[in-house]
Design a protein around this ligand. Structure first.
Ligand code: TXA
Ligand code: MG
Length: 327
């Protein structure tokens, strides 16, 4: 396995691997992606294999700019408005797939629609330009686990299944992109992320947020237990058991331990704080790394304090609720 600091040279090497039908893990501003040439069905099949991902769960296609997106999907007015404001950036758009675009049917899991995104991370941008093909890329972690936000986490989660990793620091946002379905009458967020309904409404009018009714999912990803560490996750914690790890948010001063004592006095390594000052952006950036760090079999569960469900907090709560779901 190779972990290469991203330089012009290693980006060229990664582009060659992609064009030859191989896999490359690369940084984006949201999370690390595990990429393959979206036009090459055999290459895309390797992604599903490497992640052990169910083949009914479609992938996002990454492109260099909105003009390239035009080749693969039918961009409508709302798509152009969102792209004009938020691309490059952390939002993916679900649109009708163009039949002559050449994207492998495996990418869209046989659906008539396709998710596209223009990432803003400079390494992702350079890689897309260097390989000159669209890159299908899910998050670079084994299916069901918390997403990888550092090169280390890619290796921990995928091992030899991620043979080449371009390293470009920790992902700034820390949560996967907002997924916005623009194929219906009313735009619908099917996965909340850093771009929120409040950000979108001034541009495209009413936006629904549908994060999943398991009986009637609008996005295949909603069906799955996701983002989950090995330990059980206990939400809405107002205190912590002796043998539990604690994932905090905001001041921990008054957080108690069951049977007596304060959480802040528990040994280092048992308690982590997403953001002491209660900043949602900081919390999002820390979420997956801290879930991984606390996921130690010496604890019985990870107790998580409440996080407000406003702005980016909606996306954080969405990930935590899925992590806490039974299999
Ligand atoms: O931030 C991100 O989006 C990262 C980075 C690498 O770009 N990628 C990512 O991909 O999170 P993945 O595969 O882990 O999540 C893609 C989500 C899944 O929940 C999938 O079900 C949904 O997008 N999706 C993709 N194509 C879809 C489609 N045509 N219709 C409905 N949902 C779709
Ligand atoms: Mg994922």
């Amino acid at each position: 396995m190779t972990i290469s600091q991203a330089t012009d040279q290693s980006i060229e090497q990664a582009a060659d691997i992609l064009r030859d039908g191989g896999l490359v893990a690369f940084p984006t501003e949201t999370v690390y992606g595990l990429g393959a040439n979206a036009l090459d069905g055999q290459a895309v099949a390797k992604i599903f294999e490497a992640k052990n991902r169910p083949s009914f769960n479609p992938l996002i296609v990454h492109v260099a700019d909105a003009r390239q997106a035009d080749i693969y999907v039918e961009m409508n007015d709302k798509a152009r408005a969102v792209a004009g404001t938020f691309w490059p950036g952390p939002i993916s758009l679900i649109l009708p797939k163009k039949k002559d675009g050449g994207v492998s049917d495996l990418v869209s899991a046989g659906l008539e629609t396709l998710a596209v995104r223009v990432p803003s991370h400079p390494v992702a941008q350079k890689l897309l330009k260097a390989c000159n093909v669209p890159i299908a890329a899910p998050s670079a972690n084994a299916s069901g686990e918390p997403s990888a936000t550092t090169p280390m986490h890619v290796t921990e989660s995928l091992g030899e299944n991620a043979p080449f990793i371009l390293a470009g620091g920790a992902s700034e946002v820390g949560l996967e992109s907002t997924v916005l379905d623009l194929t219906g009458n009313v735009p619908k967020i099917v996965r909340p992320g850093a771009v929120t309904a409040e950000d979108l409404e001034p541009l495209i009018g009413e936006v629904e947020v549908d994060t999943g009714n398991p009986d009637k999912p609008t996005s295949p990803g909603q069906l799955l237990k996701h983002y989950a560490p090995s330990l059980p996750v206990r939400l809405h914690a107002i205190d912590v058991a002796q043998e539990e790890a604690l994932l905090g948010f905001g001041p921990l001063k008054f957080m108690g331990v069951q049977g007596g004592g304060f959480a802040k006095d528990l040994p280092a390594g048992q308690v982590m704080n997403l953001s002491e000052k209660g900043d949602l952006h900081e919390a999002a950036a820390n979420l997956f790394a801290m879930l991984r760090a606390l996921d130690n079999p010496k604890f019985s569960a990870i107790a998580v304090m409440d996080i407000p469900k406003t702005g980016l907090g909606l996306a954080i709560n969405d990930r935590l609720e899925r992590a806490a779901r039974g299999k």
